[in-house]
Design a protein around this ligand. Sequence first.
Ligand code: XMP
Length: 327
Amino acid sequence: DWNSGNVIAEQVAKIRAQVGTGKVICGLSGGVDSAVAAALVHKAIGDQLVCVFVDHGLLRQDERRQVEEDYVKATGIRLVTVDVREQFLTALEGVSDPETKRKIIGREFIRTFEQAQAELINEAAEIDGDPIRFLVQGTLYPDVVESGGGSGTANIKSHHNVGGLPEDLQFELVEPLRTLFKDEVRAIGAELGLPAEIVQRQPFPGPGLGIRIVGSINRERLDLLRQADAIVRYELTEAGLDREIWQCPVVLLADVRSVGVQGDGRTYGHPIVLRPVSSEDAMTADWTRLPYDLLARISNRITNEVHGVNRVVLDVTSKPPGTIEWE
Ligand code: XMP
């Protein structure tokens, strides 16, 4: 019988056997997989683990705080946050092609992670001369199957993480979720006492809000999209629909403007697209039939509260032919 307590005990023993007294590093994304993987490793080896959280400025509202405060409080994990918001904005300036955005975000992410790792290794060397030898990955069973079951090296699908990790990172991988499915990972996370916002979080792409701005990325556009996204998430949660919806990308059409009227003036603002989808595995999806009253409330709130947005539209395309994300 599957039982999260047994799985935790089993994995803790395995992790201890694998890493011994070695030092371990883990990148946290704010998502459920890395959060649960790190918590398991921390339970096994405590402060031999250091986690790194990269704030690239493409995060959603409150995500950094959830990791830095709620998650750290729940686990006691040692966390280093690297703030590279400026660096990412500069690297992405003027870029609107989706794949180019992904490449730049992946490249900058790896650069940041390598720098952080080098600094941590120096620091560790100063303390007790023991370098970081292990890297935690939140690889799930479906990922293992999809990538042909390869093991032992960092063979991460570029689609899956922020660009994956470089092959010359000389780490041995620790993958405590390799035999598990997503719902099992959530159950373990809950059993480990992790915050519900993280354990129940819907999928969110590694490149974050960067691929939800159709057009080039700048600080103003990110702020605007972040506000709209926070309203949508709040209202969907209030309506009790989080479990029914696989995910709901909120997209800013930054290169499109349309005429509107607000107060006694004409506006010329941007549309926000709502993309609520129902799905089993993201390979195919259908658009979710949200209640009209809820759509009305979301639309009113966004156009009233988010300065620069004067229209809210609903994406009623299934996948295929549409993808879930717009980029
Ligand atoms: P699409 O848009 O291809 O999305 O239908 C399928 C699922 O993958 C997520 N997605 C990504 N995840 N990096 C990621 O880590 C990416 O570049 C990326 N692009 C799409 C998307 O959110 C959905 O869950």
